[in-house]
Design a protein. Structure first.
Length: 220
């Protein structure tokens, strides 16, 4: 039975790479999503105590947030505002979430149990969203024109008001070089219309990311 599985997997071009026990640092980028979850989760759990069901619900919601992050453009079509996400490798499509009103940031102990979990989810989203945007931004663009921001490029627009799992993506319509030739402002075509944003609020998505995206999914 085991030999049949190995044979079928090898025909699909799938190879397994095993790391030593108790050595997660050997996995490199595969552990990036796990590290992000642990980093923010430790800070969230200091706010309140959760039951087993509440913890399972929160972890599932955090998993969906991590697997919804945009990785690279799906196409070069200027009208296509979609990006490849880890969820495409898991379920074949982007993840969706039922919208929920913003939970007020009052004492968490005074909230109902459901609203308490929702507040933790929104808190995690706010932390992770800002962290991921910071990782995509390359500060070297401020010193020299690297050519990463070009017309037609798919970019992630920084927006703190967006609900969980909703990333504001857009295509660069026009760029505005400064007197030194460095591009710091651009017009972005989004589903909300055309927005003009400075470079500190624009995050170009990597073009050549397909070779490493198989390992960045946070699996159950």
């Amino acid at each position: 039975m085991e030999s049949n599985i190995v044979s079928e997997i090898s025909q699909e071009g799938i190879e397994f790479s095993f790391t030593p026990a108790y050595s997660p640092h050997f996995n490199g980028i595969a552990e990036a999503a796990v590290r992000s979850a642990k980093h923010h989760l430790k800070r969230l759990l200091k706010l309140t105590n959760l039951t087993y069901e509440e913890m399972a619900t929160l972890l599932t919601q955090i998993e969906s947030i991590l697997n919804s992050r945009p990785l690279t453009p799906l196409s070069n079509d200027p009208s296509d505002l979609t990006a490849l996400t880890p969820s495409h490798f898991l379920i074949g499509r982007p993840l969706l979430s039922v919208p929920y009103p913003h939970v007020s940031d009052k004492s968490i102990t005074c909230l109902e149990r459901y609203k308490r979990v929702e507040l933790l989810k929104q808190h995690f989203w706010s932390r992770f969203n800002q962290e991921y945007v910071s990782l995509l931004q390359q500060k070297t663009k401020w010193a020299a024109a690297s050519g990463d921001l070009q017309q037609g490029s798919l970019v992630l627009v920084k927006d703190k008001a967006l609900p969980p799992l909703l990333w504001l993506l857009g295509r660069v319509e026009k760029i505005y070089p400064g007197s030194d030739g460095v591009v710091r402002v651009a017009d972005i075509k989004t589903r909300k219309g055309t927005l003009r944003r400075a470079f500190n609020n624009i995050c170009p998505l990597p073009i050549e990311a397909c070779t490493s995206t198989r390992a960045v999914c946070l699996r159950k």
